[in-house]
Design a protein. Structure first.
Length: 314
């Protein structure tokens, strides 16, 4: 089945070939880091071609003030190992960014011979899950497991996520998968739509930018997914239809972005594998939430953060 947002196969194959070649650089990743402190002060100097850590801090603080929000960022240049972080160890609700990890766990755990198994679901399932643009159109026929995983990533379909989680063994099974990747920070507790309701002081259904960047790096460095499955996942992320107004919109012209968005209420997030022309892969997590819990999110905040951060790792 073709989902909305699918690109021309030849163009996609060429793009993925370039992306796949760059992925190999992750295998030699080393770790020199730049930490941007939220407490740093803005520089009074004129803008420079290569922004400094102080410049980045000032820009992110300005965005937080402008949008009345909190921002968390973790990014790594996989070729040089250079890292950039801002509130990277603070917790945020991850919302639908989790779907890329569910899809990766599906590709890892479910043999190719079983991925075409048709799964049926009801109108009640779709209504209970909330936003479900693909499954809502296929209630009578059902969808294969592979189609569900693709719909969860490309279209952020909630029912699709819930059915993939069920196949994996529930949220606790995905939490265990993240732990196996070395992530003891993220706490996967609920399915859709409950995972979006973050209670004050609770760590359920939250993570940190640093944890998700590390997780996403492991998905593409060859240590977790087989090469063919890694290609499938990056294909789904490249064709994601819900991320056009996020990191993709904030990346410099000519950069390619494979991402997974997330948003609910005041939460707006995006996680991505970004490829500059002729450069190393950059893995980046941007988490945001409004300080007023009643305020709606604004995609422009994530765009502004991407514009402030990505040139630092160019």
């Amino acid at each position: 089945m073709d989902f909305a947002g699918t690109t021309d196969p030849l163009r996609r194959a060429r793009a993925l070939a370039s992306l796949g070649a760059a992925v190999i650089l992750l295998l030699g990743m080393t770790g020199c880091g730049t930490t941007i402190s939220p407490a740093a002060t803005a520089s009074s100097e004129a803008p420079r071609p290569t922004p400094t850590a102080s410049d980045q801090t000032a820009a992110l603080q300005d965005l937080e003030q402008q949008f009345g929000a909190r921002v968390g960022v973790s990014a790594v240049d996989t070729g040089t190992g250079e890292q950039l972080s801002y509130r990277a160890d603070e917790r945020f609700g991850y919302a639908s960014t989790l779907k890329v990890f569910a899809a990766a766990a599906f590709l890892h755990d479910v043999p190719a011979s079983e991925r075409q198994t048709v799964v049926t679901f009801t109108a009640d399932d779709v209504e209970a899950a909330g936003y479900s643009p693909v499954t809502a159109e296929n209630i009578e026929t059902g969808l294969t497991l592979s189609q569900l995983a693709e719909a969860a990533v490309r279209r952020s379909d909630n029912t699709a996520l819930n059915l993939i989680l069920e196949r994996l063994g529930g949220p606790a099974a995905l939490d265990a998968t993240l732990s196996s990747l070395g992530d003891d920070t993220s706490e996967v507790v609920n399915s859709e739509p409950a995972l979006n309701a973050i209670e004050p002081g609770s760590t359920e259904d939250t993570s940190t930018p640093a944890a998700f960047t590390a997780d996403l790096s492991r998905l593409i460095d060859g240590s977790y997914l087989a090469p063919d499955d890694r290609t499938i996942l990056l294909d789904w992320m490249t064709g994601n239809t819900t991320g056009d107004t996020l990191i993709r919109a904030g990346a410099p012209s000519g950069w390619s972005v494979a991402d997974k968005s997330g948003g609910a209420g005041g939460i707006r997030n995006d996680i991505a594998v970004v490829t500059p022309p002729g450069g190393h892969l950059i893995v980046v997590t941007i988490f945001t939430n409004t300080l007023d819990p009643e305020a709606a999110y604004d995609d422009a905040l994530v765009v502004g953060v991407a514009r402030a951060v990505l040139p630092r790792l160019q």
